[in-house]
Unconditional design. Structure first.
Length: 314
């Protein structure tokens, strides 16, 4: 009887060990951004990750600063941290040199000091470049095509954003090439929008050019409404601004970047080092024009620009 009892216990232990071995490893990913990305989550699902089964994505509580969020994720010892925007990436970089960090997009990863080079990041950070700086000139040229007589332009930026300075310098360079005068207006929060547009109207600017900033990702509707109210044509850095009522954008396809970031995370979870994963460049770009917004300010988009649009919102 004793022998039989011992055998039963041994079999139970063996079954428990086998069952435990068959349990999938649950990966934990931290996420620091002002907005969530459905495309990133979908990219992970496409790669076989199921939240609650083999994956947990941790979004630190609402109301926390990026620094507080990063500190929490470091305490939790997550497997990787995903960041949206230069400010979030810089905060994560300051919080850890060991946990892998993947940025969804960054205007200038080398200039911002996140990676040594695009080909060999070298540290614990990699991700995707949004080419926001490189696309500034193209967006400016398209705005000039829409407004051939453009001579005075208001540029809206956010000085708290790590990538603001380099974007502004490139904007000023592109504007100078076209003979356009620039008035820079700093927007740190929603309460600054009305003041900025009032100042722009006072200076008799003829259009508005919005730089990329994580802060603006929550202000798309307010920025679009202010432009329409001021009857000012405006060019924006991302498609969601135009979907929320802005006039036009020429930018990378953000959803494509977010999906590809999921592939980077997958490689890291399977053992790759961030420093060995090259920062990837965008593959999809899009010109989106909101004809409804143009009509509201009494502007006709030239046919030669309209025909090149990847998407037209009517």
């Amino acid at each position: 009887a004793a022998l039989l009892s011992t055998l039963v216990v041994a079999v139970q232990l063996a079954v428990a060990v086998i069952a435990d071995a068959q349990q999938p490893k649950i990966h934990r990913i931290g996420y620091i951004s002002s907005t969530k990305s459905g495309a990133f989550s979908q990219g992970l699902r496409d790669l076989g990750y199921v939240e609650g089964k083999n994956l947990v994505i941790i979004y630190p509580g609402a109301g926390k600063t990026f620094a507080e969020s990063a500190a929490e994720l470091v305490r939790l010892k997550v497997d990787a941290i995903v960041t949206g925007g230069a400010t979030a990436t810089r905060t994560a970089k300051e919080a850890t040199t060991t946990i892998p960090i993947v940025f969804l997009q960054d205007a200038d990863p080398v200039g911002n000091g996140f990676v040594t080079s695009l080909a060999r990041p070298a540290g614990n950070i990699t991700g995707l470049s949004s080419m926001a700086v490189d696309l500034t000139g193209k967006r400016m040229e398209l705005l000039r095509e829409v407004l051939p007589k453009l001579s005075r332009l208001a540029v809206l930026g956010n000085s708290a954003n790590a990538g603001n300075g380099i974007q502004l310098r490139e904007t000023e360079r592109a504007a100078a090439t076209l003979g356009v005068q620039v008035q820079y207006l700093d927007i740190l929060s929603a309460k600054d929008i009305e003041t900025a547009f009032r100042e722009a109207s006072k200076e008799r600017v003829e259009a508005v050019f919005v730089l990329a900033s994580p802060v603006f990702n929550n202000l798309q509707t307010l920025l679009a409404q202010a432009a329409v109210k001021s009857r000012l044509p405006a060019a924006y850095p991302r498609s969601d601004f135009v979907e929320e009522g802005g006039m036009m954008t020429y930018a990378v396809n953000q959803a494509d970047l977010d999906r590809r970031a999921a592939t980077n995370v997958d490689k890291i979870l399977k053992g790759a080092k961030p420093g060995d994963l090259p920062v990837e460049q965008p593959k999809k770009f899009e010109l989106i024009i909101n004809l409804k917004a143009a009509k509201q300010i009494g502007l006709t988009i030239p046919p030669n620009v309209l025909v090149r649009a990847d998407r037209v919102i009517r």
